[in-house]
Design a protein around this ligand. Structure first.
Ligand code: NAD
Length: 511
């Protein structure tokens, strides 16, 4: 890992990026970003206050006409250059992402950063394909066409679990479609969003098109979400905060476009003809990726009775091999959780589960070298009831609950039995069984014999309490554009046929 730079130096001018300029926030409050692996402060920055949000929205508002008027080819060129700048700075991005999140460097290097570069390249291409319906004479007397237009200033709010990818998912489709953006990353993880905006400036994206305000949710976040000059609110985070954001956005004047990517509680459904070894490996990888702090992580495995015991034993054995440690050690599989407070929250779920379920492995923080970090061991829980907290609530940590089921009907029913509907997987060698799971599971993504991979070309988004709207893919343009129907009269007749519904009689009849 080459590029270990001093975060303090890089953000010495402040942690706001407004109108193309870095500056400090004016809230009067400092926020220390803590290295979750050690508990040491990385850098304290001045949080954005409402005045900073107002400035950022004003900058985005001023930049909108020029950017919306840039040709698709022009926007595409800038995003291609952005992909190149991001790729050239890949080591810096991976370093900063692992530092602020504690995620293993191999995850940042092989997943977060290349995924972001690929997203930028995808939206560079997609910017030139903002399709509408075909133009035609649908009434006979008119020609109709559809214009797909940007919405205006998009106010985006993002979580801390994949800060760089979340910034990319929020910013790229919005700006590819001609909008301008003010993004508020989570206050715990501001650095890579700021670096993304600076990379865009380096790539030639005009100042004001991408603005970053790094502030707290209740003040900077609510100011942004409710701002009258923000035409669309795009939020990714927990369902609880999403509900609050929705209430503020819908109460705001004028009415806003809303896109909500919320929590998840993904089921992992294993039928009795599944490849057991594949299912065990898949469950451990999908429940522990990013420390389980992944909205699509496998959290509830339902295993058909004949495979249940072997699956539990296999998962316990494989979890025991996961190497916990320094995020910057290439051999580390599992870093700390995002913060000590979050680690304690995860531990609280597991401790309460001890009263009604069995903790097979894990369920504790390591001592020794890692006692100052926010670490938590891979945790496997069995014997929990379907309606228990550990099965129903989003834990957002390295915790997998496994439950048995008997009939296929029961398995699919249990998979659907939480308020969430973001992602799921079905494991079987029988295409009819997986086909049924694909059709009947109410979630925005269903994997078959895998769980976690995502790609830029395909949409990501939730059903039910996991929200609505899509990130990534050309489908995201449905969120970030509005359709205008344009209807041209072809008759050149002053008194048109339809006028008789308002005055007089028919003037001419159709053939
Ligand atoms: P969170 O809801 O606590 O915070 C998300 C963002 O909202 C942060 O930037 C925070 O500062 C801001 N915020 C908090 N209160 C606010 C308010 N009153 N008004 C406006 N903004 C406010 O979520 P988190 O803990 O940062 O992230 C974890 C959650 O995100 C999990 O629930 C996870 O499932 C979800 N998530 C969902 C997706 C998805 O695609 N559906 C992706 C990643 C994470």
């Amino acid at each position: 890992m080459g590029n270990r730079f001093q975060v303090r130096d890089r953000f010495a001018e402040g942690a706001q990026f407004i109108g193309g300029r870095s500056r400090p926030g004016t809230s009067g409050r400092l926020h220390a970003v803590v290295n979750p692996a050690t508990g040491e402060d990385i850098h304290a920055y001045e949080l954005a206050g409402p005045a900073d949000v107002d400035d950022a929205v004003a900058a985005a508002h001023a930049a909108f006409p020029g950017w919306a008027g840039t040709t698709p080819g022009g926007r595409s060129d800038a995003l291609h250059r952005l992909a190149d700048v991001l790729a050239a700075q890949a080591d810096d991005f991976a370093y900063a992402e692992s530092l602020q999140c504690g995620k293993p460097i191999k995850l940042s290097t092989e997943f977060d950063v290349p995924g972001t570069v690929d997203n930028a390249a995808f939206f560079a291409g997609a910017a030139r394909r903002l399709d509408g319906a075909s133009t035609g004479e649908y009434s006979g007397d008119h020609t109709s066409s559809v214009r797909r237009e940007p919405i205006g200033v998009v106010g985006s709010v993002a979580p801390w679990n994949y800060p760089l990818q979340m910034a990319a998912w929020k910013i790229l489709p919005a700006v590819a479609a001609g909008n301008t953006v003010v993004l508020k990353p989570a206050e715990l993880t501001p650095f890579t969003s700021l670096m993304f905006a600076r990379a865009a400036q380096e790539a030639g994206v005009p100042d004001g098109v991408i603005n970053i305000v790094t502030g707290a949710g209740p003040d900077a976040g609510e100011r942004l979400v409710g701002h009258p000059d923000v035409a669309m609110t795009s939020f990714t985070g927990s369902t609880a905060v999403g509900r609050r954001v929705a209430a503020i956005a819908t109460a705001a004047v004028p009415v806003k476009r809303l896109h909500l990517e919320l929590g998840g509680k993904a089921p992992f459904l294993v039928f009795d003809d599944a490849d057991l070894e594949a299912a065990v490996h898949g469950a451990v990888a999908a429940s522990l990726i990013n420390g389980g702090q992944d909205c699509t992580a496998a959290t509830r495995a339902y295993v058909q009775r004949p495979l249940y015991d072997a699956f539990v034993a296999g998962v316990a054995d494989l979890m025991a091999t996961v190497r916990l440690g320094d995020p910057f050690d290439e051999a580390t599989d599992l870093g700390p959780l995002i913060s000590h407070a979050h680690r304690d929250r995860v531990a609280g779920f597991v401790d309460r589960a001890r009263g009604y379920a069995r903790v097979v492995t894990g369920g504790e923080s390591p001592g020794g070298d890692w006692k100052n970090g926010a670490f938590y061991r891979p945790t496997l829980i069995t014997d929990a009831a379907q309606d228990s907290e550990i099965v129903q609530s989003e834990v957002f940590g390295p915790v997998l609950a496994v439950l048995p089921f008997d009939s296929d009907d029961e398995g699919v029913r249990l998979a659907n039995d939480t308020p969430y509907g973001l992602a799921a997987s079905a494991w079987s060698r029988d295409v009819y069984r997986t086909g049924r799971a694909v059709r009947e599971i109410r979630a925005g993504c269903v994997w078959v014999n895998d769980h976690i991979p995502i790609i830029s070309e395909m949409p990501h988004g939730g059903y039910k309490a996991s929200g609505f709207g899509k990130d990534m893919s050309a489908y995201s343009f449905d969120e970030y554009t509005q359709l205008k129907h344009v209807m041209y009269d072809n008759t050149a007749v002053a008194r048109k046929d339809w006028h008789r519904t308002v005055f007089g009689d028919r003037q001419h009849s159709r053939p």
